[in-house]
Design a protein around this ligand. Structure first.
Ligand SMILES: Cc1cc2nc3c(=O)[nH]c(=O)nc-3n(C[C@H](O)[C@H](O)[C@H](O)COP(=O)(O)OP(=O)(O)OC[C@H]3O[C@@H](n4cnc5c(N)ncnc54)[C@H](O)[C@@H]3O)c2cc1C
Length: 376
């Protein structure tokens, strides 16, 4: 960064996975770091994420695919180095199948994954149990399913807690429940942040990691980042007895185990049924939740009865072109941004690269394709 201070003062706004990871890496890189967030940590999309760790499919740039694979690599390292992560970070693979009539797209995705060397196996229904347990073979279509043994899932609330527990060692200050923080701008640079509680912090640099709020905040500063953020719904069951280990991605529902022995699930269809009232509050119909639970039960061996224990609803940050927005804002010196779909998969690597770029001032090549300036 351009500051002359030997230990730059950096504020990260937003206590989701991207903000927490970036703040911790900033601290480790030697920046004098403060993380400010409006409520508790993980109160946004991070607190209600399916968080399947993957680079499934062939419908993204090579650079994004590479970043996601590196994202999974960082989780592997975390799993090796922190035994406590074994309860909430698993690499039991992903099993995906297509809706009837969508097989061509699925075959193209499979071919793309094979081309990239991304571990992918096309299984007949009678082969699935050899790879992963707990799935009812009758649920699998005649065309079969794709199994990706290198994929996994993470419980982001546990991850965020794990990362934040290292803040004090890394010298990161946390200011939570401080309301909506605003950037303080003088001329063409960020000079500080002002929390919703009125506390002003002078900084050399700031990171906007406010999830779905990023495009609106940037628009007020004259920076355009197209937004495709939808509403999303995550349902979690009570603990059940199931052998399921993999993350299942099927036409009507995606499902994965949770650390407590329950299941977490979502689907685009269920999210579309969420009613958003004019005051911004949400309504989720019982029928939507029951539908998800029934679809999930039908996938599992023995079709266990599933009961909803909890659901979370809100916005899921997705940039307009589907690719992450990670990097410095050209129009405003000292400002960086982290806004992404697949924030679970890339959470660790994105924070690491952003922090290094901010502290060294040298552009990180892996972030070059994801700079916000691409929309200018
Ligand atoms: C249902 C669902 C399923 C998903 N599935 C997957 C998946 O399978 N794989 C995958 O990789 N990703 C998945 N994701 C995406 C992933 O969870 C998100 O990309 C990630 O959690 C985003 O993290 P974030 O830190 O950018 O935003 P958030 O978690 O939304 O955090 C932003 C934080 O900023 C705070 N904030 C906002 N404005 C301000 C302000 N002005 N001042 C202070 N604080 C502020 C908010 O309170 C919030 O805590 C899924 C998400 C959802 C919702």
């Amino acid at each position: 960064m351009s500051s002359s201070t030997s230990r730059p003062r950096v504020a990260v706004i937003g206590g989701g996975v991207l903000g927490v990871s970036t703040a911790l890496h900033l601290g480790r890189e030697g920046a004098d770091t403060v993380l400010v967030t409006e409520a508790d940590l993980a109160s946004g999309a991070t607190g209600r994420s399916l968080s399947w760790l993957n680079s499934f499919g062939g419908n993204r740039s090579d650079a994004y695919h590479a970043l996601r694979v590196l994202g999974i690599d960082r989780y592997r390292t975390l799993s090796d180095r922190a035994e406590e992560s074994h309860a909430w970070l698993k690499f039991d693979g992903g099993l995906t199948w297509a809706a009837p009539g969508d097989t061509d797209r699925h075959r193209a995705a499979f071919a793309a994954m094979r081309r990239h060397g991304y571990d992918a196996h096309w299984l007949r229904r009678d082969q699935v149990a050899d790879w992963t347990p707990g799935v009812d073979p009758a649920a699998i279509p005649d065309d079969g399913a794709i199994f990706n043994p290198g994929e996994g899932w993470v419980d982001l609330v546990h991850l965020v807690r794990h990362l934040a527990a290292q803040f004090s060692t890394a010298g990161v200050e946390l200011i939570a429940n401080s309301g909506q923080t605003q950037l303080e701008v003088r001329g063409d640079r960020v000079t500080g942040v002002v929390t919703g509680a009125g506390q002003r912090l002078a900084v050399d640099a700031a990171v906007l990691a406010t999830g779905p709020d990023v495009p609106t905040t940037l628009a007020k500063l004259g920076v355009r980042v197209p937004d495709a953020t939808p509403h999303a719904l995550l349902v979690q069951t009570s603990p059940i007895d199931t052998a399921l280990r993999a993350t299942l991605n099927t036409p009507h529902v995606s499902v994965r185990p949770t650390p407590s022995g329950a299941l977490a699930m979502d689907s685009d269809g269920a999210a579309e049924e969420v009613i958003v009232h004019p005051d911004g509050s949400y309504e989720v119909k019982d029928a939507t939740i029951d539908g998800l639970l029934q679809h999930a039960s039908a996938l599992l061996a023995g079709h266990p009865e599933l009961r909803a224990d909890w659901y979370g609803v809100g916005r899921k940050p997705i940039p307009g072109d589907g690719e992450p927005v990670l990097g410095t804002v050209d129009q405003l010196r000292g400002l960086s941004v982290a806004f992404s779909h697949s924030g679970a998969t890339i959470g660790l690597i994105a924070g690491e690269l952003l922090a290094r770029q901010i502290v060294t001032g040298a552009a990180e090549p892996l972030l070059a394709p994801f700079q916000p300036g691409r929309f200018a």
